[in-house]
Design a protein around this ligand. Structure first.
Ligand code: GLP
Length: 287
């Protein structure tokens, strides 16, 4: 697993959205209508600036989403699709309305489906139909949840209906006029295994309030109580965090991961960004 540490939220977003990662992965993949790039996406405040940077790149003509197919991680149950706080609204307002993605390429769970279990099965089947997810982007909750896989969720879970943890409900009151009663208590969410099946997983973790979760994820074992820790078992997992999120890490852990990135840049070159196992070309002096 790689841990990329940047100064602050803006630099994290630049790493993920602008200076390269998502854009480069799409460009390298060279998607076509028959072979689309399949991207898993989160909501929340963590990816907002990343989305803004991707929109800017699209406007500059540096990336196209024409042959990109997306799957969102989760959606509230029972909230009208057009409610301003539905994840459907969030995604269209923050990303999809501003890029050239085809509406039929967008997949968001329907939290108002008549049969929610069927809806979850349909979603998993659709992911399989397009050949699986190439890159899953994610954020985490302060309790280490990934998507809505709250503490105690099975690490082999698939898309399903979940009851939200009280801590998550409280955290989400900020979007519902501070009123707990207005926050949906159920959600549809991809499972931990659905995310870990993606060929690459990239998690954005910023802010001191997520420092304990990052510490659990990086320095302790895989645990269903910190579901993001499942990333330790992924062959191509990457966490991009800011300095604030590293507050609970040992100094030597931070230095270790920074030195790995330094060596990577010095020896192999930042142009080889798919460095999690794939080296495209070596620098001339290395050949
Ligand atoms: C919700 C979402 C998660 C997201 C989390 C963190 O719980 N279901 O997918 O990672 O919020 O949100 P934020 O990025 O706003 O901290």
């Amino acid at each position: 697993m790689r841990l990329i540490i940047r100064q602050d939220y803006d630099e994290v977003s630049t790493y993920v959205g602008k200076s390269n990662y998502v854009k480069e992965r799409i460009s390298q993949f060279a998607p076509t209508p028959d072979r689309p790039f399949v991207l898993g996406l989160p909501t929340g405040s963590s990816p907002v600036a990343t989305y803004q940077k991707l929109i800017a790149l699209y406007r500059e003509g540096q990336v196209s989403f024409e042959n990109v197919v997306t799957f969102n991680m989760d959606e509230y149950v029972g909230l009208p699709r057009d409610h301003p706080e539905s994840y459907h609204s969030f995604m269209w307002n923050n990303l999809f309305s501003h890029i050239n993605i085809k509406p039929e390429g967008v997949n968001i769970l329907d939290g108002n489906a008549p049969d929610l279990d069927e809806e979850c099965k349909r979603f998993e089947a659709k992911i399989a139909l397009v050949g699986g997810i190439e890159l899953f982007l994610s954020g985490i909750g302060p309790d280490g949840h990934i998507a809505f896989n709250e503490p105690g969720s099975s690490l082999t879970s698939r898309t399903r209906v979940k009851t939200l943890a009280y801590e998550t409900i409280i955290a989400n009151t900020r979007f519902f006029d501070g009123d707990v009663a207005k926050v949906p208590k159920l959600a549809l969410t991809v499972g931990v295994a659905t995310i870990m099946d993606a060929r690459e997983v990239m998690v954005i973790i910023t802010g001191a309030h997520k420092a304990i979760a990052l510490g659990k994820c990086i320095e302790e074992g895989v645990s269903h109580m910190w579901t993001v820790s499942a990333i330790q078992l992924h062959p191509k997992g990457m966490i991009v965090c800011d300095e604030d999120a590293t507050l609970e890490l040992h100094v030597k852990t931070v230095k270790y991961f920074k030195s790995i990135e330094h060596v990577h840049h010095a020896l192999i070159g930042s142009e080889n960004i798919s460095l999690q196992g794939n080296i495209f070309s070596k620098r001339k002096h290395e050949q």
